[in-house]
Write a protein that binds this ligand. Sequence first.
Ligand code: IPE
Ligand code: IPE
Ligand code: MG
Length: 240
Amino acid sequence: MEKNIITEETRIPRHIAIIMDGNGRWAKKRLLPRSVGHKNGMERMIGLMEHAFDLGVSYITVYALSTENLKRPKEELDGLFGLIRNHFKEYMKRVCERGVRLRVVGNLPLLPEDIQRILHESEAETAHFEGKGINVALAYGARDEIVNAVNKAIALGEKVTEESFARLLYTADSPDPDLIIRTGKEVRLSNFLLYQAAYSELYFSEKMFPEFSDKDLDKAIVEFSRRTRRFGKTDEQLQE
Ligand code: IPE
Ligand code: IPE
Ligand code: MG
């Protein structure tokens, strides 16, 4: 049997965010339609969430659809919305049963109304849970989120601090991500969590998202655990 690389010494990130990229290329390589890639990606996402919570992670944010992705061909978007219509509630219920609160983060009015309803209903079913959380980023763009927060601040007529501004973001209820993982070979953030990522550790995987296994997540966590997070300080200061 393969050795478990996560040990008692491994520091488990409290909040992991994942840019789930590569569904389309995964499918193309197998001569399958992109929609099959998205379906496999969605199933992998659920498996990874279960594994992460089993390891002791408290918050997981997954980037599922960006504001820019809304410009993709109608056929692809219809496929993605179909997945949400047919599976979102049931899949989320499975993960959230262990006491996890679901939030959907993003500019939801940009989504079809029946999708918005499904998302709100799924959130409501978990509203009584606290301590552990899943954020699903849909119709999400960090610039949109920041502009939206600025407009909220203006409407409130109040000057903001770094902390009060964070509470105006879609992710108001979660701590900043400790670790951001991107699958699919690209090395960029693509408009994801630009404010919250200030001190996140970044990890890039060559694997396409549907093939990013639980073991791959373990590897990313072990790498995270080895890094020194200085938050601007010196090593000597950290020793104190
Ligand atoms: C990520 O996979 C999921 C979404 C953006 C919806 P892609 O669909 O971007 O897959 P690639 O990058 O084309 O392989
Ligand atoms: C980022 O992937 C968005 C999601 C994973 C939801 P993209 O496939 O949209 O990113 P780019 O266009 O290659 O930067
Ligand atoms: Mg992509």
